[in-house]
Design a protein around this ligand. Structure first.
Ligand SMILES: Cc1ncc(COP(=O)(O)O)c(C=O)c1O
Ligand SMILES: NCC(=O)CCC(=O)O
Length: 420
């Protein structure tokens, strides 16, 4: 097969043949060539319904014509100037006008950069050392985030990466999402030295875990009490459930927000934003340094504006209802075969945990049957459905998914469950 040969070449070039670990699985990951709408096609021409959506950004589906022409137009007009452009102002205004907590922002090239700078900013503002993150929370692949992390770090069993100096690890406290006591006891011990709590408001990198009633409010209150900052990492959740952040849906105002994925229309992007007072600490107006050759680059801005303008007119209930219908059908299918699963979902995000118990915490998630998940993933691949290849990632539904995709996915799942 063409993909197998190509992958042998890739193995000689890249560790495990990939440019990001989450894209690797045995024996040979599918090599994709093109996409359109809800479908992606591998190098042998096989078609799949896609629920990975590039790990989240492609909420409009693949090769959206408006996004594609915006990128083409920009490419014809030059792709990098190293100076402020009108489109940065346009995209910045779209975001500012729809996320209440953001008065000023900086664009970055990735979510990783966004959280790295957000953490530095929080430390610079508070002049405090500690960051409190959640076990299984994933904020990208920099030193302050790779401690008891989620996503590929869990898939491959390295929640805390080698190569991160102990001095750094010691400045990151790890609490338990949905467990107020664990957070409270860290604040009791370190409270006046905690610069910020950083969390995904809905965990999306150990599968999907929703906040228990009151948990995020509790984080807001305890950070206020100790004059620490609250950072919501909305790289996944930003503009996913409504044309705003999840923070605006639940009406909790974090001090700093990070975003990425959707806001770039599929092109590389990230952002961190906050009040003007906090953001003006960023250089050159302040002394917290941050920079990037490609930050706010014209291609990403053009793609982002086209995607966001289109998204603004979309009825999010469509993808939310699709997801709810799919989840209901999947429960029926698994129940019919007496296979224990718990399917967590919110809006257009869902994950099937091969777990007989409800999954509300990191400790619940890790008890899931990874091997059975992987068998299901492979069987779904055989039946032309592409899911993110790990128990500890999230499925996404796009505006390009329609009833035909839903029916085909249900049929595929029926076939798949009979052989796992
Ligand atoms: C919540 C969250 N934060 C940060 C990141 C890192 O973003 P990027 O992969 O663009 O660096 C991710 C990536 O999945 C994420 O899910
Ligand atoms: N949830 C983890 C990611 O989205 C990472 C995507 C990638 O590295 O391809």
């Amino acid at each position: 097969m063409k993909g197998d040969d190509l992958f042998s070449e890739a193995l000689k070039l890249f560790p495990s043949g990939v440019n990001s670990p989450v894209r690797f699985y045995r024996p040979v990951p599918v090599m994709f060539e093109r996409g359109r709408g809800s479908r992606i096609y591998d190098v042998n021409g096989k078609e799949y319904i896609d629920y990975s959506l590039g790990f989240g950004p492609m909420i409009l589906g693949h090769a959206d014509p408006d996004v594609a022409s915006a990128i083409k137009r920009q490419a014809d007009n030059g792709i990098l100037f190293g100076s402020i452009t009108e489109n940065e102002v346009r995209l910045g205004n779209i975001i500012k006008n729809h996320v209440k907590s953001i008065e000023k922002m900086r664009f970055t090239n990735s979510g990783t950069e966004a959280t790295m700078h957000a953490i530095r900013l929080a430390r610079g503002y508070t002049k405090r050392k500690y960051i409190l993150k959640m076990e299984g929370g994933f904020h990208g692949a920099h030193d302050y985030a790779l401690i008891k992390s989620g996503s590929g770090t869990m898939t491959f069993g390295v929640p805390s990466s080698n190569g991160v100096p102990e001095e750094i690890t010691k400045t990151v406290l790890v609490g338990k999402y949905n467990d107020e006591n664990s957070i409270e006891s860290l604040f009791n011990e370190y409270g006046n030295d905690i610069a910020a709590v950083i969390t995904e408001p809905i965990l999306g990198n150990i599968g999907v875990i929703n906040p228990e009633l009151g948990f995020l409010e509790f984080l807001r209150e305890i950070t206020n009490k100790y004059n620490s900052l609250l950072i919501f990492d909305e790289v996944i959740t930003g503009f996913r459930f409504a044309f705003s952040g999840y923070q605006d849906i639940i009406n909790i105002k974090p001090d700093i927000t990070t975003m990425g994925k959707i806001i770039g229309g599929g092109a590389p992007i990230g952002l961190f934003g906050s009040s003007s007072e906090i953001m003006d600490l960023i250089s050159p107006s302040g002394n917290v340094y941050e920079s990037g050759t490609f930050s706010g680059n014209p291609l990403s801005m053009a793609a982002g504006i086209a995607a966001m303008e289109k998204l603004q007119g979309m009825d999010y209930s469509r993808i939310n209802n699709y997801t709810a219908d799919l989840v209901k059908s999947l429960y029926d299918i698994f129940n019919d075969k007496n296979i224990d699963v718990n399917i967590n979902h919110y809006g257009s995000m869902f994950q099937i945990f091969f777990n007989k118990n409800e999954v509300k915490t990191y400790d619940d998630a890790i008890k899931s049957d990874k091997d059975r998940f992987f068998k299901f993933f492979k069987k779904m691949l055989d039946h032309n459905v592409y899911l993110p290849p790990s128990q500890f990632e999230t499925n996404f539904v796009s505006f390009a998914h329609g009833r035909d995709d839903l029916n085909k996915t249900i049929e595929a799942a029926k076939e798949a469950v009979s052989c796992i």
